[in-house]
Ligand binder design. Sequence first.
Ligand SMILES: [Zn+2]
Length: 116
Amino acid sequence: MAPIIQYEEYFGENCENCKHYGVWDNGVLKIPCMNCAMDGIPGGSRDHCHHNWNWRWNGVTCYGSSGNGRERTLEEVFEHALMFIQERQIDVNEVVQKFIPEQHVNQFTHWISTDE
Ligand SMILES: [Zn+2]
């Protein structure tokens, strides 16, 4: 069996995704990758649904960066989640639990219900 990956070793400054997609300022990670933003804390509950996740970075709400030099907007968070529903045929509830911050779940479900 493959070894269990210890995510906390790859969090933030040590995370390959953050190195590629994060926003850096003079060697300081300002905005992490979306996974680390979801996690919020090293060794967080990434294996569980988002209700245990944090969506925070340096004490403030953070949606993470997908590599264009800035934090994702909430709409980009929604679009990313929608992509999983459309392209990977993942159940809406599962996607909501994994990719939508808890405080925006109602907004997201309304958003996808009006998306043409
Ligand atoms: Zn990361």
